[in-house]
Design a protein around this ligand. Structure first.
Ligand code: HPA
Ligand SMILES: [Zn+2]
Length: 336
C-alpha cells in the first residue's frame, strides 16, 4: 500500500451513507441466485460487472432493484450485511449507519421480519467479532406513494427501538421531499432521527424542502446545494452534515471527472462534508477507495482527511459521549 492508502485505511471513520442492497457483490448475487433458485439475466460475474455502466441515477436503480431479487431469506440479508461489515472493517470503519429499502423486498412478498432480523443478526456479529458498531436507517422509496411509505413505517412498528432513523432514496427528480412531509413528521413523533437524499440530481429547492418540510439532521449527497449561495450559507450556519459519495458521483455522472469533484470546495465553504461509498458493489469501491480516489484527484491533505473522518462522527446519530470518544481518538492522526 502507498503511504496515503495506509493512512486512509488506518484512519478511524464512520460510514453514514451506505445502502446495504448496494453492497451486493456479483459473486454473492450468483451464490444467492443458486441457493434460492432465482433466475438472473447474467451468464457470469464478468457479465454483471460489464452491465454496470450508468449514465444517470435511474440507469443504476433499474439494475440495483433487479439485483436485489436474489435476496429472499433472513440468511441472505445476514450474509449480505456481514460481507459489507468485513470490507468496512478492513477500511477502518468503526461505526456504520446502514440504509435498507424494505419496500424493495416487501413488495416482492418478503416479510419485513426476514429483512430486518437478518440485518440485525449481522450487526450483532459485526460488533462482537469486528468491533464495528452500527445502526439502521429505514429508507422510503420516493418513487412510491406516501401511503406506501406510511404502510412501511407501520410494518416497522415492532422494531422501532432497533431503527435509528428514516431516510428517503430512489428516483429523485419528480419526487420532491414535500411528498413525504407527513410520513417524516410521523417518524419524528416516534423518536426516529431524520435524513434524506437531496440535491443528487434534484434541484437546490429539494434541499430546502428536506430542511424545512422533513426536518432532516443531515443531507445525503447535497451536491446541487452548491448552486444556491444562500442555501450554502444556511447549511454552513446550521452545521449540517453532507454525506458525499465521490465514486457514486462519478459513476452516476453527477460529476464528469473526479478532478472536478466539489468535496474540498464544500469544506472550504464551511460545509461539514463526509466521504461515503453509497452502493460500493456497483460504483467500484468501498469507503477507503472513495477517500483515496478523491484525495488523489483533488490533492487533499492529511488534515483534510482527518476533518472528513471527524465530520463522519459529528454527523452520526451516535450519542454525544460516543461521538466525543471517537473524535478524541482522531486527535492522534491530526498531528503533522
Ligand atoms: O445514490 C442513490 N440515490 C438515490 N437512491 C439510491 N438508492 C441507492 N443508492 C441511491
Ligand atoms: Zn444513496
Amino acid at each position: 500500500m502507498t503511504d496515503l492508502a495506509t493512512f486512509i485505511a488506518g484512519l478511524p471513520k464512520a460510514e453514514l451513507h451506505l445502502h446495504i442492497e448496494g453492497s451486493l457483490e456479483p459473486e454473492l448475487m450468483f451464490a444467492l441466485a443458486q441457493r434460492n433458485r432465482v433466475a438472473i439475466p447474467y451468464g457470469s460475474v464478468e457479465d454483471v460487472r460489464a452491465a454496470y455502466a450508468f449514465s444517470n441515477l435511474q440507469d443504476f436503480l433499474d439494475i440495483y432493484y433487479a439485483g436485489a431479487e436474489v435476496l429472499r431469506t433472513r440468511a441472505d440479508f445476514h450474509d449480505l450485511a456481514i460481507a459489507y461489515f468485513r470490507r468496512a472493517a478492513a477500511d477502518g470503519v468503526v461505526h456504520a449507519e446502514i440504509m435498507f429499502d424494505p419496500q424493495t423486498h416487501t413488495d416482492r412478498g418478503i416479510p419485513f421480519a426476514e429483512v430486518i432480523e437478518g440485518l440485525l443478526s449481522a450487526m450483532r456479529v459485526a460488533e462482537a467479532e469486528l468491533g464495528v458498531t452500527s445502526s439502521l436507517i429505514l429508507s422510503f422509496l420516493r418513487h412510491l406513494s406516501e401511503e406506501a411509505a406510511f404502510a412501511t413505517l407501520e410494518a416497522a412498528g415492532p422494531w422501532l427501538d432497533r431503527i435509528a432513523a428514516v431516510g428517503l432514496d430512489s428516483s429523485e427528480v419528480g419526487h420532491p421531499p414535500e411528498k413525504f412531509a407527513r410520513v417524516f413528521a410521523a417518524a419524528r413523533a416516534r423518536g426516529l432521527r431524520i435524513t434524506a437524499h437531496a440535491g443528487e440530481e434534484g434541484p437546490p429547492e429539494y434541499v430546502h424542502q428536506a430542511l424545512d418540510l422533513l426536518g432532516v439532521e443531515r443531507i445525503d449527497h447535497g451536491n446541487r446545494a452548491l448552486e444556491d449561495p444562500a442555501l450554502v450559507a444556511r447549511l454552513a450556519a446550521e452545521g449540517m452534515t453532507l454525506t458525499v459519495c465521490p465514486l457514486s458521483n462519478l459513476k452516476l455522472c453527477v460529476v464528469g471527472d473526479l478532478a472536478d469533484h466539489p468535496l474540498d470546495g464544500m469544506l472550504a465553504l464551511g460545509l461539514k462534508a463526509t466521504v461515503n461509498s453509497d452502493d460500493p458493489a456497483y460504483f467500484g469501491g468501498y469507503i477507503a477507495a472513495n477517500y483515496r480516489a478523491v484525495a488523489e484527484a483533488r490533492g487533499l491533505s492529511r488534515a483534510d482527511l482527518v476533518t472528513l473522518a471527524r465530520n463522519s462522527f459529528t454527523g452520526s446519530f451516535l450519542p454525544p459521549e460516543a461521538i466525543a470518544r471517537h473524535v478524541e481518538r482522531l486527535e492522534a492522526y491530526a498531528q503533522p
